[in-house]
Design a protein around this ligand. Sequence first.
Ligand code: FES
Length: 169
Amino acid sequence: MTASPINSETSRPAGWQPQIIAFCCNYCAYAAADLAGARRMQYPPNVRVIHAPCTGKIEMEHILEAFEDGIDGILVAGCLEGGCHFQEGNLRARKRTDRIRAMLDEIGVGGNRLRMVNLSAAMAPTFVERVKEIVAEVARLGPNPLKAVSGHRAPGVTSLPVTGSTVNA
Ligand code: FES
């Protein structure tokens, strides 16, 4: 059963800007992000790029804990399918992100807060476009309802099941 979407419109503080993490694998995705910077391509400043050895090393708990800590959206960026430097890491990451998206929908947080993109090192424009897209989507969704407000979570939102959630499939 999918929970009703939580309306964040009513709890959107004035001046709120979505805080986004972009987990970039150390090879193609980070190179694409780096190239975007070198070319001075503009993308929203509220995106923090975090290096990962490979998207296959980004466990479910990393993503779930980031949401529990209040991040509003996450982009997982890896190599093109067939191009992962660790063979199938990006395929495992795709399965994980799909599962977490479904979980976020189910608890009413919104699966669209999490996206995955596959990039080659030359795909700086695509990286920038995907960043802009997730920022726009999360801005539309509003603040992460899991974000603690005065020590309380938003009504109707339960804690994410982080413990023992690592998936190696
Ligand atoms: Fe890029 Fe695995 S090394 S996704």
